[in-house]
Design a protein around this ligand. Structure first.
Ligand code: SF4
Ligand code: SF4
Length: 292
C-alpha cells in the first residue's frame, strides 16, 4: 500500500504559488499555530469527534463506525453547499471536508490538468508534515513520461529538518519559504514556534539553488521589520540574486482570535517598506496585488 495524503483542497490553476500556471495541493495539518492564519481550519487533523455533523444544514456530514467501533466523520461533497458552518462549529482547528488521495489518484488528478499547467505546488497547512507522500508523488511525476516536464515545488513554513529537505531535494525544483519574523521572540509570539529551523531551511535551500522565494510578513506594530530593517536587508542581499523576495501585507481575511484586533497593512505602508528595503540594496521584490 502506497502513501496516502489528507488533502484539504486542490486548486487546478494558480499564478501566485510558484512560476507559471500551477495546480496547487493544500494538505491538511500544520505544526505552527499562527495568530494571523487565514485558513485556521487547516491547522489540526480531524479526530472525528462528530460535533459538526448535526450542524450541517445540507446533511452532507455523517458518522460511520468501523468494526472496532471507532468513529469516522464522512463528508459528501455532492451535498455540501460550502456554507462553512462546520468549520465554525469545530472545537479543534480542523475541517471535515478533507479527502484522502493515494499517489496514483493524485497523478490521475494532475493528468486532467497537465496540458494547462507548468507544474505543481504542494502547500498547506504545512506541506512537509506529509513529506513521505510528497516524495513519492514527486518521484512518480519525474519518472512518468507524460508528467516529467512539470516542475515540483513546495510552499512551506520552513520548519522541516535538514534531513527532511535532503530526502526530497533530488525531486524538488524549488521552494517558497515564509519568514514570519526576524527576532525569535516575535516569531514565537506570532507562530508559537522559534525560527531557528526556518533560517536553517533557507540556508540549505539557497545553497542547493532550490530557494525560489522568501516570503516576509508585515504586520504593522507587531512585526519587527521596522526595527530590524537593516539586519533583514543585509540578510536578503546575501541570498542568491535569483531569489524572489515577496512581501505579504497582513489582512483580516479568514483570521480569528486576537489578530482580528491587529492593524492591517495598507498599500502605503507596504510601499514604504519596499522603498526602505530597496534603498538598502534588496532587489527582486514582489509586492501584493491586492490589499483586502
Ligand atoms: S460546508 Fe460544512 S456545514 Fe456547510 S454544507 Fe458543507 S459540510 Fe455541511
Ligand atoms: S471537523 Fe472538527 S467537529 Fe467535525 S468531526 Fe472533525 S474534529 Fe469534530
Amino acid at each position: 500500500m502506497g502513501r496516502v495524503a489528507t488533502v484539504n483542497q486542490i486548486i487546478p490553476f494558480s499564478c501566485v504559488d510558484g512560476p507559471g500556471s500551477r495546480l496547487v495541493i493544500f494538505l491538511q495539518g500544520c505544526n505552527f499555530n499562527c495568530k494571523n492564519c487565514h485558513n485556521p481550519y487547516t491547522i489540526d487533523m480531524c479526530d472525528s469527534c462528530g460535533d459538526c455533523v448535526a450542524t450541517c444544514p445540507a446533511s452532507a456530514l455523517s458518522l460511520t463506525h468501523n468494526e472496532q467501533g471507532k468513529a469516522k466523520v464522512v463528508w459528501d461533497s455532492e451535498l455540501c453547499t460550502q456554507c462553512d458552518i462546520c468549520l465554525s462549529t469545530c472545537p479543534r482547528q480542523s475541517s471535515p471536508k478533507t479527502s484522502q488521495y493515494s499517489v496514483p489518484q493524485m497523478l490521475e488528478r494532475i493528468r486532467k490538468q497537465v496540458h494547462f499547467i507548468n507544474g505543481i505546488t504542494v502547500s498547506g497547512g504545512e506541506a512537509t508534515l506529509q513529506l513521505p507522500f510528497i516524495i513519492e508523488l514527486f518521484k512518480a511525476i519525474k519518472s512518468s513520461a507524460d508528467l516529467a516536464h512539470l516542475s515540483c515545488m513546495i510552499d512551506s513554513n520552513g520548519y522541516t529538518s535538514e534531513s527532511g529537505w535532503q530526502q526530497v531535494m533530488p525531486y524538488l525544483d524549488g521552494a517558497m519559504i515564509d519568514l514570519k519574523s526576524w527576532q525569535e521572540h516575535t516569531h514565537r509570539y506570532i507562530t508559537g514556534r522559534d525560527n531557528h529551523r526556518v533560517f536553517g531551511s533557507l540556508k540549505l535551500l539557497a545553497e542547493q539553488n532550490k530557494l525560489y522565494e522568501i516570503r516576509l510578513l508585515y504586520i504593522p506594530k507587531i512585526s519587527d521589520i521596522d526595527t530590524e530593517v537593516n539586519a533583514i536587508a543585509g540578510y536578503l542581499t546575501r541570498l542568491p540574486a535569483s531569489v524572489r523576495v515577496k512581501l505579504n501585507a497582513f489582512q483580516h481575511h479568514g483570521v480569528t482570535g486576537e489578530a482580528r484586533q491587529w492593524e492591517t497593512c495598507s498599500e502605503e505602508q507596504m510601499l514604504e517598506l519596499a522603498t526602505r528595503l530597496t534603498e538598502r540594496g534588496v532587489a527582486n521584490l514582489v509586492l501584493p496585488n491586492v490589499y483586502l
